[in-house]
Design a protein around this ligand. Structure first.
Ligand code: ADP
Length: 592
């Protein structure tokens, strides 16, 4: 059944493994460093705002005492209004600056993440789930934003007000301050202990979202197969199970967050009750004035607001750190090494364009794909690789592109080991047309310009004509800017390959690696692909994984691979005469 092309089903409904490093608050610093000037400005404005906020109770105290004593109140009232207005405007400005910084942090992180993802070694990407990586770029980075806006701001601005309020309280009454500190101190300690559980839980919740995104990506990537297999309901249920797992992981975070609020509330209420009780008694005995008690209570208000904010900020930072761990895990992966881009290896005079010497290769999971292959591809040759599925043909092309490095032996381009070529210089000399997904979502133009960036419309139209694809640019009024669909679904299989061939013509590489489509094409498409390959092969060297008799028939050399070994080589006529395996293969496997 067609379903066999789907990747392995996801592990359902269980908490995904978390292999991210454990990180602390300090890990946030590199993300904030670039925004230091704004953050310094925010701290300065917060100090001003705090001063305005702290002046309010003192001015109120003066206002009440002056009013009671029958003195002039106009200037005090004016100062009070000014303090309130300045404080409010500053708060608005601070909120904006912080949101802007948060947006900047998210932006930088996304740019870094995407850049790293595109540079990861192919083997690393092969073993990961695309949806989970996408979720790190989207959902995880979004959580960082809350760390900056509701987290850091409140912590910084809050701490200033808290310290200021405590200093002013100390000047007013030491006993009431002591009561306040004991009550709030107990609460803060309790919250601190509970919130340490948040970070790992948040990390699990984000991983669950990643697993769900990977599940969605898995079925949408094979939507035709899913439909044809009538598997919508089952697959939808599988993703729903993942969504439920994410929901449950989110609830575990919410439960800890919910426990924090009453803890903070009890501490704050306790402080109020203690201050009002002891303060009321002190006013009754005449130890302090009513104005002083009111000022103290207003300061207490000033204290608890940022205190509650700081507590919530701490929880939001802990949650953000969970997401940050997933981001850091990707950023910590070493990118594919590019080699020394300035190094220009000197080609060995007279060396073949490509040579494999006793090449062995095993994939990361230990699957041995090539066992001692020797092959010489001289400039201008057309070399065909044939052999049963799993023989190692595609792997061999991947080694030339250095998607992987040989396990033993060596692979030389113009006599120089591919590991001594800067990757960019090596890949610039090679064109590669993969069997599947050789076309990206976008327009015809985007696809043609993938390697070179720009070319005139005339040149592009000419290229399309060379591969007999003029039709795809004329059937839509959009011409070259007509979309090709996700993965080129709006094109036929043969058209996709020919569009990819046209792309390689534009960058004019010396060596073209082509993984021929296995699917049988209709006669017109077949002939068109044939002509396109011939056109491409005319001026360059071609190494093609062949599935067609017509492709091998005129090859200068056919290399027969079986179980990773080169078992025979020669021209079609030679092999038909000398190799039983080839003869059988040619009649039973190659598309006529
Ligand atoms: P062919 O192109 O001849 O069909 P491949 O080069 O695709 O063969 O595969 C050669 C062997 O390597 C097969 O056993 C295949 O299962 C294995 N293989 C291919 N790609 C990977 C991979 N990314 N990870 C592990 N094993 C792989």
């Amino acid at each position: 059944m067609a379903q066999s092309t789907l990747p392995a089903p996801p592990e359902l409904a269980q908490a995904p493994p978390v292999d991210a490093p454990t990180i602390g608050v300090r890990a946030l610093w590199p993300y904030l460093r670039r925004h230091r000037p704004t953050l310094v400005l925010v701290v300065a404005l917060s100090l001003l705002s705090a001063a305005a906020a702290l002046a309010t109770p003192l001015l109120t105290q003066r206002f009440i005492d002056d009013l009671g004593a029958g003195e002039a109140i106009a200037s005090t009232l004016a100062l009070l209004v000014a303090a309130v207005l300045i404080g409010s405007v500053l708060d608005g400005l601070i909120t904006y600056l912080l949101s802007r910084t948060a947006g900047g942090v998210v932006l930088d992180t996304r740019v870094r993440l995407v850049d790293r993802l595109l540079r990861l070694p192919v083997a690393e990407l092969d073993r990961r789930r695309v949806g989970d990586l996408i979720s790190r770029v989207g959902a995880d980075t979004t959580l960082l934003s809350a760390v900056v806006t509701s987290g850091l701001v409140q912590l910084v601005a809050g701490l200033v007000v808290i310290v200021g309020a405590i200093v002013l309280m100390a000047r007013l009454d030491a006993l009431l301050l002591l009561l306040t500190l004991v009550a709030t101190g107990v609460g803060v300690a309790a919250v601190g202990i509970v919130s340490t559980r948040l970070r790992p839980l948040s990390e699990q919740a984000q991983a669950a979202v990643g697993a769900m995104t990977a599940g969605v990506e898995r079925v949408l990537g094979a939507v035709r197969t899913v439909r044809a297999a009538r598997a919508e309901r089952r697959e939808s249920a599988a993703i729903a199970a993942q969504a439920h797992a994410a929901y449950r992981a989110g609830l575990r975070v919410a439960r800890v967050q919910a426990a924090i609020e009453p803890l903070a509330g009890i501490a704050i209420q306790g402080a109020f009750l203690a201050v009002l009780g002891a303060g009321g008694a002190s006013v009754a005995t005449g130890r302090i004035s009513l104005g002083e008690l009111i000022a103290f209570v207003l300061l207490l208000f000033l204290l608890v607001q940022p205190l509650a904010g700081a507590i919530m900020a701490w929880t939001s930072i802990q949650t953000g750190l969970g997401a940050l761990a997933r981001i850091e895990e990707v950023l910590a992966l070493p990118p594919e090494d590019v080699g020394d881009p300035t190094a220009q290896p000197t080609p060995v005079v007279g060396a073949p364009l490509l040579e494999l010497r006793d090449v062995h290769f095993a994939h990361a999971d230990g699957t041995v794909a090539l066992r001692g292959v020797d092959l010489v591809v001289a400039r201008g040759m057309k070399v065909a690789l044939v052999g049963p599925s799993g023989a190692g043909k595609s792997t061999l092309l991947g080694l030339v592109e250095r998607f992987h490095d040989v396990s033993a032996g060596s692979l030389l381009v113009e006599g120089v080991d591919v590991r001594d070529w800067p990757r960019d210089a090596l890949r610039a000399r090679i064109g590669y047309v993969e069997q599947e997904a050789a076309v990206l979502a976008g327009t015809i133009r985007d696809n043609l310009l993938l390697a070179v960036g720009e070319a005139s419309d005339e040149r592009l139209t000419e290229l399309l004509a060379t591969v007999n694809l003029t039709g795809i640019a004329t059937r839509s009024p959009l011409g070259l800017d007509a979309p090709v669909g996700d993965g080129g679904v709006l094109l036929s299989g043969g058209e996709r390959q020919r569009l990819a061939l046209a792309r390689t013509l534009l960058s004019a590489p010396d060596l073209l690696l082509l993984d021929e489509p296995t699917a049988s094409l209709d006669a017109i498409n077949e002939a068109a692909l044939r002509r396109a390959i011939d056109a491409v092969a005319q001026e360059r060297t071609l190494l093609v994984v062949a599935h067609r008799l017509s492709t091998v028939a005129d090859a200068d050399l056919i290399a027969v691979l079986d179980h990773g070994r080169l078992v025979a080589s020669g021209t079609h006529a030679e092999l038909v005469a000398s190799s039983d395996l080839y003869r059988r293969f040619a009649t039973e496997q190659l598309l006529a």
